[in-house]
Design a protein around this ligand. Structure first.
Ligand code: HT7
Ligand code: ZN
Length: 855
């Protein structure tokens, strides 16, 4: 497959200011008639090239005249038409078979609906078009379909007219007044019910809001609607951005390759990010609904009104929008807990990506298949880069920068450079060196050494940065790294203030005066930069910070580091003192001033994968054993406390408030440690929680705890769960996922059996992710020394690639981490990658991921 390079960007030869689309919809055979107004862009003789993927033109017209077959040709799926004038009308007619579209890109059928997914390059599977984000067009869309099967017909923009047709069919016309790239095009046809509401914008305009779902799912849409209205108000208050159309519709579909899609005025969602009620959704699901609804809504400005010039600029819209949705969710709940959760995700997904064969900068230089670049680096590291700019500028100047960016580029297709330039101008800052964050891949390592000189009563902080080599980037330049820092006086427990230190050189010294004794270093507070910090702090220093740091993230981090040190020591076979960890957890649990959600986050042991990241060669078995043993010790030593906490956090009635969610989190943490303690009544307590819970958060946590062990309760709970929820796809996903995640020695065999279960299907991406995606994230199970974990995932990739290459390609990266493992495992992982690559007819998506993973 050919490589697309950022450096090769060229402005389009032809512009398409207007497009009229006419859809004659039917799941088996849909006809699409398109009328494009095209205008020559610049002085050139090049023909019109309209991208197509799997399309055959049934008719091509220019300025109303049918072209014969000599007047156009196909080149790699694209329609090439030589044109003599500077402006023409071009018409094409094609036929599609949505019900046979298993890739879920373009127009496809899902659960009786017809819907579309066009980002990144799906529009070319619907009609011939210049499928690139810098072609902005005004859309007029007419939909016709059988009225009984598809009573609701939706598209982007505002509804204009509708009417009935012969033969039980009907039609609707939609117009979108805002020029948009074709990746934001959408239509939906189906038998849908609407949760209808309204929002009055800051300038007093009324917007009709609709969340469209299957009739029996309507009661599960309230949280999404609340999230939508909160998002609209938040974007007005925080960024001064108002919604611009008269209607805003959201549709939930069961089969979707991603989380959701921000199509202009018609967001289409994976139903797991819309539907929530206490019986079936966990608090994590509720937060996911809130965050994704906000994310897609915020794209209306960061993505739609200002879009991307080309796909290398993807982080322009995605990084910025993740930053916006993270801050929104923090404002809706707890800033401290949200930051901890976001950093945990960053470390689990992005740090791993950044240290492996698929590492790339947030603005990549090349790709084979753009779908492979919807990565944690583009999204989460991209958000961290925006966060650093916001930190360096301060709230007011950052807002001046974003105002300038939105106003200057409204209606345009912009670049990352445009964003940084607006920050510089609007915010009054030089971001020259900071731009390296867009260019260099890899997670910077910062070594921080604090020394105290009693004679001069001064403290010297030496900071050293190194950025590991990544594919194509063997040597790196020093970056600009903002590190929020404080020096604690152990005697008073206080510090003199939080300072923002800018590390800009490979090595830099910072001197602090008037310190009679050695202070304790609190650095990268709030996780101010996405870096790995190593310090020379003792366990006593960390214990101090875990009890006293006034920055909640730094406090959490100290606790985590305390635990990591103990676990890494144990894994290395050293004698380590675990008592500081136990004491720190005891102190947290008995401090009534702390938010239970924060306590629950902080007392959780680092994941097996995170521990693996701390080791030169990952030893999954040793990690599992050490973590299990520490968990058991913490459970046993604090058993009465766990029982007490578990009893005290039992709620009487369900609520979705931050306080209630926090209590549930701590309740589940207590259950987990109680069972880990090996208390004889542990499984019974978990089973009681499983049975009595009035919400999925507690029920699934109890099931997960039981799934880690072997007990009669385990099997009983799994059966009960299955029988209760087998008719509800999203909840049944949890049954698959809980088993695939289980820290159970036989998990690989169990996943193999589940892959043959009658309810398992490769055609639904949520189900695939629930089973194989979860399993590939289960370090101990996936890296079973037999290699059967690798074989299972590779088999799935090979089979799935024939149906849905995008989803298949997303399962490849776990196999690509072979360099981090011992020779035996590495050889087996490589062999599976080679087996995948040997498959005839392998997609571009999987080929790119698997071949890069072998390098
Ligand atoms: N902007 C959306 C990306 C997306 C997507 C990408 C590839 C294939 C399918 C997809 N569905 C949605 C989602 C977002 O970030 O908001
Ligand atoms: Zn997005």
């Amino acid at each position: 497959p050919s490589v697309i390079r950022r450096a090769d960007y060229r402005a389009p030869d032809w512009l398409i200011p207007d497009i009229a689309l006419d859809f004659d919809l039917d799941p088996a055979l849909t006809r699409v008639h398109a009328t494009l107004s095209v205008t020559r862009n610049g002085d050139h003789e090049r023909p019109l090239r309209l991208d197509g993927d799997g399309l055959i033109p049934l008719e091509v017209k220019v300025d109303g005249r049918i072209l014969d077959q000599q007047q156009w040709h196909l080149d790699a799926g694209a329609l090439i038409i030589p044109l003599s004038g500077d402006a023409h009308s071009v018409e094409t007619l094609v036929e599609l078979a949505p019900e046979s579209n298993s890739k879920l890109m373009g127009l496809y059928a899902s659960g009786g609906l017809l819907c579309t997914q066009c980002e990144a390059e799906g529009f070319r599977r619907i009609t011939f078009f210049s499928d690139r984000p810098d072609i902005l067009s005004r859309y007029s869309v007419r939909l016709a379909a059988d009225k009984a099967r598809f009573p609701i017909l939706l598209a982007n923009g505002d509804p204009i007219e509708q009417g009935d047709l012969d033969g039980g069919r009907h039609w609707a016309l939609w117009n979108d007044p805002f020029p948009k790239p074709c990746y934001l095009f959408a239509l939906v046809a189906g038998d849908l019910a609407c949760n209808a509401d309204r929002f009055v914008t800051m300038s007093g305009r009324e917007v009709a809001l609709g969340i469209w779902v299957k009739e029996n799912d309507l009661p599960r849409t309230a949280h999404a609607m609340e999230a939508l209205k909160n998002s609209m108000a938040w974007d007005e208050r925080v960024y001064g951005r108002e919604y611009d159309l008269d209607v805003f519709n959201i549709v939930a579909v069961a089969d979707f390759n991603f989380g959701a899609m921000e199509n202009k005025g018609l967001n289409i969602f994976n139903s797991r990010y819309i539907l929530a009620d206490p019986e079936t959704a966990t608090d994590i699901d509720y937060d996911g609904v809130e965050g994704v609804v906000a994310h897609e809504y915020f794209h209306n400005w960061s993505g739609n009104r200002v879009t991307c010039r080309d796909w290398f600029q993807l982080s322009l819209k995605e990084g910025f929008t993740v930053f916006r949705d993270q801050n929104f969710s923090a404002d809706m709940g707890s800033h401290a807990v949200k930051r901890i959760e976001d950093v945990r995700i960053l470390r689990a997904a992005q740090f791993q990506e950044d240290s492996g064969p698929l590492a790339h900068p947030i603005r990549p230089e090349s790709y084979m298949e753009i779908s492979n670049f919807y990565t944690s680096t583009i999204y989460n590291k991209g958000a961290e880069v925006i966060r650093m700019m916001a930190l360096m500028l301060g709230a007011e100047r950052f807002r001046a920068g974003t105002d300038l960016y939105f106003d200057r580029h409204d209606g345009q297709a912009a670049t990352c450079e445009d964003f940084v330039a607006a920050m510089e101008e609007g915010g009054g800052i030089d971001l020259g060196q900071f731009r390296l964050w867009y260019e260099q891949a890899g997670t910077p390592h910062v070594r921080a050494l604090l020394t105290h000189d009693p004679l001069t009563q001064s403290v010297e902080l030496t900071l050293e940065q190194t950025i590991p080599p990544t594919p194509g980037q063997p040597v790196k330049q020093p970056m600009a790294i903002p590190l929020r820092t404080a020096l604690f006086d152990p005697a008073t427990g206080g510090h003199r203030g939080d300072e923002l230190l800018m590390l800009t050189e490979a090595q830099q010294r910072f001197t602090f005066t008037d310190f009679a004794s050695t202070p304790i270093l609190s650095i990268n507070r709030g996780f101010s930069a996405p870096v790995i910090v190593e310090t020379n702090r003792s366990q006593a220093d960390l214990a101090f910070l875990s009890a006293r740091d006034d920055d909640p993230f730094a406090r959490y981090e100290a606790m985590q580091q305390l635990m990591v040190n103990v676990l890494v020591g144990r894994i290395a076979g050293q004698q380590v003192d675990e008592s500081a960890v136990v004491a720190a957890i005891r102190a947290m649990l008995t401090d009534p001033t702390l938010d239970p959600a924060f306590v629950a986050e902080t007392i959780r042991l680092p994941s097996e994968a995170y521990l693996g990241d701390q080791m030169p060669v990952v030893d999954p078995d040793a990690i599992h054993a050490a973590r299990d043993a520490l968990q058991a010790r913490i459970g046993a030593e604090l058993e009465p406390l766990w029982r007490d906490v578990h009893a005290k956090t039992k709620a009487n009635a369900f609520a979705i408030s931050p306080a209630a969610k926090g209590a549930r989190k701590l309740h589940n943490a207590a259950l987990h440690y109680l069972v880990a303690a090996g208390a004889p009544d542990g499984p019974a307590i978990a089973f009681t929680q499983f049975g009595e819970a009035d919400n999925m958060t507690e029920r699934q946590a109890a099931l997960g705890t039981l799934a880690n062990g072997d007990s009669a309760e385990r099997e009983a709970a799994l059966d009960i769960f299955y029988n209760r929820y087998c008719a509800d796809a999203l909840t049944l996903d949890k049954w698959f996922q809980t088993q695939a995640f289980a820290l159970h020695p036989d998990v690989a065999d169990q996943v193999e059996a589940l892959g043959r279960h009658k309810d398992f299907t490769l055609t639904n991406p949520n189900r695939v992710r629930a089973l194989y995606g979860a399993f590939a994230g289960n370090q101990w199970g996936f890296h079973h020394e037999s290699g059967k974990g690798y074989r299972l995932v590779a088999d799935c990739i090979i089979a799935l690639d024939k149906l849905n290459p995008q989803t298949a390609a997303r399962l490849v990266p776990p196999l690509g981490r072979w360099k981090r493992f011992d020779q035996g495992r590495a050889a087996m992982m490589r062999a599976e990658l080679q087996r995948i690559l040997a498959e005839p007819g392998l997609s571009k998506d999987v080929t790119e991921q698997a071949s890069k993973s072998l390098e």
